[in-house]
Write a protein that binds this ligand. Sequence first.
Ligand SMILES: Cc1cc2nc3c(=O)[nH]c(=O)nc-3n(C[C@H](O)[C@H](O)[C@H](O)COP(=O)(O)OP(=O)(O)OC[C@H]3O[C@@H](n4cnc5c(N)ncnc54)[C@H](O)[C@@H]3O)c2cc1C
Length: 413
Amino acid sequence: MEQTTIIGAGIVGLCTAVALQQRGVPVRLIDEREPGTGTSFGNAGLVSVDSCIPIALPGMLKQVPRWLADAKGPLSVRPSYLPAASPWLMRWIKSGASERGAAKQSHALHQLHKDALQLYRKLLGMEAFSELVHVTGQLHVWESPTKTPGDLLAERLREQNGVAPRVLTGADIFDLAPGIDRAVQRAEFYEKNGHVANPYLLVQRLFSIFMAGGGEFLRQKVNGISQAASGAYRIITATSDLIAGKLVICSGAWSKRVLKGLGLSTPLETERGYHVSFDPNALDIKIPVLHKERAFGVTPMIDNIRVAGFVEIAGLDAAPDMKRENVLISHAKRLFPALDLSMKKSFWLGMRPSTPDSLPILGGLGAMPNLYFGFGHGHTGITGAPKSAEILANMITGAPNNIDVTPYDINRF
Ligand SMILES: Cc1cc2nc3c(=O)[nH]c(=O)nc-3n(C[C@H](O)[C@H](O)[C@H](O)COP(=O)(O)OP(=O)(O)OC[C@H]3O[C@@H](n4cnc5c(N)ncnc54)[C@H](O)[C@@H]3O)c2cc1C
């Protein structure tokens, strides 16, 4: 079979590379960095098979001023970047305008997420899967006893997708997560959800599988792409010109830049997020806990306890906001008073690749045959990568997909 070239060795590029290899397709992977050191490196590592709630929802707009005014709030927009982000923000608001639209996005998210565990098992093999993916469930918590209209809408959307968490109150919450602060009033337990031992270990293992399967890896920055008269794609790097018959763009939040040379524009923005990690002995925690009002999560990983969250709209190039470190630490300490802050290990900024409707862009364009897109996974790329890889591998090899893939089509924008 003809070789396929993939630009980007994050979770999406690597899952796609291995899925193609498993169908007998030779793959060349290009990345300017070591595999898995982009956004796939420092995320919260949650594999949320039950996750089906788009980020933009009806009623959200009313909350935005309050979030922006709160220095410890979940959302910030850097004023100097606002003009550049405005078109995307407008589309984001529009995409969350109706419950009908949210229901369609919710269904498409669920289709992409629900089989993540089985598909990871297929990509990794049984042994690596048991080592790297832990199906412990996830606990979502709230300090307010009252449900907001947004909470009620999310409940309806989950119901439509057959997602039924266990609702917990009182002692049941603290039995499940003993160290949690008593300010927590209500909780939901998602028993089918899991998390990875560490997302970087996951991507490294996929890379080993890829190389052992005869994959080719080039560590080079792609500076431009053009289409040759033959229809093939010319990939320009600092040291070489490469020709690709079939090309897949899996360059995460940088995909828009990578596609510029082809004259293509996509509504992709980065929702920047942060983590602070601690030594595993800093807290006794067995399952991931997500604080839904403050929009952060605490994940017990094999080599660290990771506190991750925030949405910061500031583009790809701005320096990290160092104040976010203390905000994350204070959120985590408030939720888990026993957290030993002296055991802090790292502070990290990552670039979520986000579309206005929370759905990735998967598939081709028609006008440019043999060019495929695999980016835009936003908040759930670790969860959505294996199904995205299956969809792309089927498209590239001409096999049918078992779900409706039109919600992920680039032409929806
Ligand atoms: C704080 C935070 C927490 C998160 N938590 C979760 C979670 O719990 N669960 C979940 O499912 N998702 C989570 N996510 C989202 C998830 O991390 C992303 O959706 C996912 O990592 C995106 O993967 P990717 O492969 O598309 O991008 P990346 O991992 O960023 O990979 C893209 C690659 O493309 C390469 N590249 C870019 N431009 C070029 C170029 N010009 N030439 C060569 N190479 C190039 C980059 O070097 C990079 O390696 C979180 C994200 C953040 C920021």
